[in-house]
Design a protein around this ligand. Structure first.
Ligand SMILES: [Zn+2]
Length: 274
């Protein structure tokens, strides 16, 4: 069944574990996430971003996810990732999304708080949870890199969460969208300080490529949700390439192989939640 993420993230925070959110944008990605979660016997977060609207509409994704989640024995969250346009938040919630992320990181703090609070007020009445973000990361498509990072400031986090009312907070502590150019280095002291100030479960984006031991430490300290996409998207592409090299020439076979590959990688991340 589809649920919002409030109780799940609180529970994972209490246990010092993190629940992965996987990017989904078609039937194969949704099925891969749900198959992996069924195999690992865990809940899962399905994350669809504005950037995927060229693949499918909010309504299409919501219908697919709701139908497949109905057959899933554990809770499933349908989450809107990195949304900068409040109209898209409204559209996604009306379509059936149970959780949304408002990304106002490009705005001055006061304006970010004002916009986030409006999203929270809209979402609350509809039993939808809201993730906010503070600090700066490189774009979600993995362009740019470490030079774009602006680490989250704990004192701003205190003000932002208290005044906006968000349920969870995405942070910038050395995590990068896409491929890490060097060794990923998380500032765990800052992570702990931001959590102490924010008093809501933290979210770590850009978890592809971070050693799983570091993710576990981040979860023990503060992080209840991790976002994973690059490893999965690249893993699927690599598998398709290998299948093509092996002489497979039919798309349905390539799609099935990609789904299987994604299921395996997602399973590795879901084991971090246990
Ligand atoms: Zn992100």
């Amino acid at each position: 069944m589809l649920v919002n993420s409030r109780e799940l993230l609180r529970e994972y925070r209490r246990r010092g574990r993190c629940l992965p959110a996987f990017n989904i944008y078609n039937l194969e990605t949704i099925r891969a996430a749900l198959t992996a979660a069924r195999q690992e016997e865990t809940p899962v977060i399905l994350a669809f971003g504005e950037g995927y609207l060229s693949h499918a509409s909010f309504k299409t994704i919501a219908v697919l996810a709701a139908q497949l989640a109905e057959e899933h024995p554990l809770p499933v969250v349908l989450h809107l990732d990195h949304c900068r346009d409040p109209r898209h938040i409204q559209e996604a919630v009306e379509a059936g999304f149970t959780s949304v992320m408002y990304d106002g990181t490009g705005l001055p703090l006061e304006e970010n708080i004002r916009q986030t609070r409006a999203v929270v007020e809209f979402a609350r009445g509809r039993d939808v949870t809201v993730e906010g973000e503070l600090g700066g990361m490189n774009p979600e498509d993995g362009t740019g890199g470490e030079e774009d990072l602006l680490f989250t400031d704990p004192s701003q986090a205190r003000i932002y969460t208290a005044e906006s009312g968000v349920d969870s907070l995405a942070v910038s502590v050395g995590n990068v969208h896409g491929v890490y150019r060097g060794e990923p280095r998380l500032d765990l002291d800052r992570l702990a300080a931001v959590y102490q100030a924010a008093e809501v479960p933290l979210v770590l984006h850009g978890c592809s490529g971070i050693p799983h031991g570091d993710i576990r430490r981040a979860a023990e300290l503060a992080v209840a949700k991790i976002n994973v996409n690059t490893e999965i998207a690249m893993g699927a592409a690599g598998r398709v390439s290998r299948e093509l090299n092996a002489g497979i020439k039919r798309y349905e076979k390539l799609a099935a192989a990609a789904e299987k590959e994604m299921t395996g990688i997602m399973g590795d991340f879901l084991r971090l939640s246990k």
